[in-house]
Design a binder for this molecule. Structure first.
Ligand code: SF4
Length: 432
C-alpha cells in the first residue's frame, strides 16, 4: 500500500466533480457531460413509503428537489471569476442521449456570451500551442467532414453498387471505394449473400439440365416432370450444406406443407404463360457502354451487371426474371431490374439475327404476399419507371464522380443492420 500526498495549490487545471466544485474559486470553469441522465442526477425512489406519506412527513417534493438542483447548477455556472464553458453531447456508444434540460436554465445566470476567439492572455504562456491549435480548428460544417472527398475519375460501376449508393452513399463508399469487408451475420449459417448465390446456382443447374434434356418451356403438361427434376437437383446441391442449412434451403426451394417453395412459383409462372421459350440466358452478364435517356438527352455510361435469367420468347420479346430471397424491393426505388431491362434490349440487338424487346420483367420473391411480382403494371407505368431509373443512374454516377458520400440513408432503419455503422459518423443523428 502506498499513501499519496494530495496535490494542493491554486494554479493549473483542476479536474473535479460538481460536489467539490462548490467549495472552490476558479478563474475559468468548463462543465462537461451535460446530459439528461446526469444533470440533474436522477433521484432514488423510496421503495418503502409512497410520496404522499413522505410529503406529510416534510420530505421535499420532486418539484422542490428539481428547483434545488437547478439552483445548485446556476450557482456552479455563476461561480467562475472569468469565463464559463458548457459542453454536452448527443451520441454515446452509438446510442442517442439527450442534452440536459438544465441548459434551459442558463439564461437565468445572466451571463454575457463571448465569441470563441484567441485564448485569454494568461493561458498563452503555458498552453499557447495547444490553445492556438484548438482555436484554429476547421469549421465542423466543412464539406470534408460530411462525406465529400473531392472529384473522382470516371469508371464502370455495377448496377447493384449504384443501388447501394441510393440506399446510403457512405455505405457505398465503405464497401466499394474503401473496400471494407462486411461482417458475416452468423458464422454457423450462410449469410444472405451466400444464400442468394446458392439459390441462383440451383436454378442455373436446373435450367441447364432441363435444356440439356432437350426441353424448352415449362408447360402444364410437363410441370410434374420439371418439379421432379428440380427435387433431384436441389437434393444433390443440399449435400454440400450442413444439416441446419440444408433444412432451411430445402424449405425455401421445395416448400413445406404450409407454403409452396420458390421452385413451384418459378415453374407455375412459366406454365401459365402461352408464348414458347426460344432460349434461356442464365446468370447473363451485361457490361460495357450503354446509352441512357436522361433529362439532358442521351448519355453513354459504362455499367456492368448480371441478370438472373433472360427468357427469349418466340414472339421476339424477352422475359427478365430476378430471384429474391426476401421481399421484392419497392418498385419506385428499385434500380437493378429496370436498368437490366434497358441494358438487355441494347445488348440483344442482332442476337440470333434479330432484335429483342422487353416483354415482362418480374421479381420471383420468397417473402411477401405474392411470389410473382411484376415490375410494371401498365405500359405507361413501364415508360415512366424506365425513364426514372435511367435518370437516377445518371444522377448517381454524377454524385460518385463528384466524390459525394454523405452518411445519409434513405431510411434510418437501414443503419440497424448495416455492417459499417462502426466506421460511420451518422450525420443525420440530430434530426431523428
Ligand atoms: S450506418 Fe447508416 S448512415 Fe452509416 S453507412 Fe450504414 S446505412 Fe449509412
Amino acid at each position: 500500500d502506498e499513501t499519496f500526498a494530495i496535490q494542493t495549490g491554486s494554479g493549473g487545471v483542476h479536474l473535479i466533480d460538481d460536489q467539490a466544485a462548490r467549495y472552490g474559486r476558479f478563474d475559468d470553469v468548463t462543465i462537461v457531460g451535460l446530459v439528461e441522465s446526469e444533470w440533474p442526477e436522477r433521484p432514488r425512489r423510496n421503495i418503502f413509503y409512497p410520496p404522499s406519506l413522505l410529503n406529510a412527513l416534510g420530505w421535499p417534493s420532486e418539484r422542490d428537489r428539481r428547483a434545488a438542483a437547478d439552483a445548485r447548477f446556476l450557482d456552479l455556472v455563476g461561480s467562475s471569476g472569468g469565463r464559463v464553458e458548457l459542453s454536452t453531447f448527443t451520441l454515446e456508444d452509438e446510442s442517442l442521449v439527450t442534452r440536459s434540460l438544465q441548459l434551459d436554465e442558463v439564461p437565468r445566470a445572466r451571463l454575457s456570451t463571448l465569441r470563441r476567439g484567441e485564448p485569454p492572455a494568461h493561458t498563452r504562456s503555458t498552453t499557447s500551442d495547444w490553445a492556438a491549435l484548438r482555436s484554429r480548428r476547421s469549421a465542423a460544417t466543412g464539406a470534408e467532414f460530411h462525406g465529400s472527398i473531392g472529384p473522382r475519375a470516371t469508371r464502370p460501376w455495377s448496377v447493384s453498387a449504384l443501388e447501394t449508393y441510393l440506399g446510403c452513399p457512405f455505405k457505398f463508399y465503405a464497401q466499394h471505394v474503401l473496400k471494407l469487408a462486411e461482417e458475416p451475420d452468423d458464422e454457423e449459417m450462410m449469410d444472405p449473400r451466400r444464400q442468394g448465390q446458392f439459390v441462383h446456382a440451383v436454378f442455373e443447374s436446373f435450367f441447364t439440365a432441363w435444356s440439356a434434356a432437350g426441353r424448352r418451356e415449362i408447360t402444364s403438361a410437363n410441370l410434374d416432370l420439371a418439379q421432379g427434376m428440380f427435387v433431384e437437383i436441389v437434393d444433390h446441391a443440399l449435400e454440400r450444406l450442413s444439416e441446419g442449412e440444408a433444412g432451411l434451403e430445402r424449405t425455401r426451394l421445395l416448400g413445406s406443407p404450409a407454403a409452396a417453395g420458390l421452385g413451384d412459383a418459378v415453374f407455375r409462372m412459366e406454365a401459365e404463360r402461352p408464348v414458347p421459350v426460344v432460349e434461356r440466358l442464365l446468370e447473363h452478364t451485361l457490361e460495357g457502354a450503354f446509352t441512357l435517356q436522361t433529362s439532358d438527352g442521351p448519355r453513354v455510361v459504362h455499367l456492368r451487371g448480371k441478370a438472373d435469367r433472360l427468357d427469349l420468347l418466340a414472339d421476339g420479346t424477352f422475359r427478365l426474371v430476378d430471384y429474391k430471397l426476401g421481399w421484392p424491393p419497392d418498385r419506385s426505388r428499385a434500380l437493378q431490374l429496370p436498368i437490366y431491362a434497358l441494358l438487355a434490349e441494347q445488348r440483344l440487338t442482332k442476337h440470333r439475327g434479330r432484335s429483342w424487346s422487353l416483354g415482362e420483367a418480374m421479381y420471383l420473391a420468397f417473402k411477401g404476399p405474392k411470389r410473382v411480382v411484376p415490375l410494371f403494371t401498365s405500359n405507361g407505368n413501364r415508360q415512366e419507371l424506365m425513364a426514372r431509373a435511367g435518370q437516377r443512374v445518371a444522377e448517381t454516377l454524377d454524385a460518385i464522380e463528384a466524390g459525394s458520400f454523405p452518411p445519409s440513408p434513405d431510411d434510418v432503419f437501414r443503419c440497424e443492420t448495416c455492417s459499417f455503422s462502426s466506421v460511420c459518423r451518422k450525420d443525420y443523428v440530430g434530426d431523428i
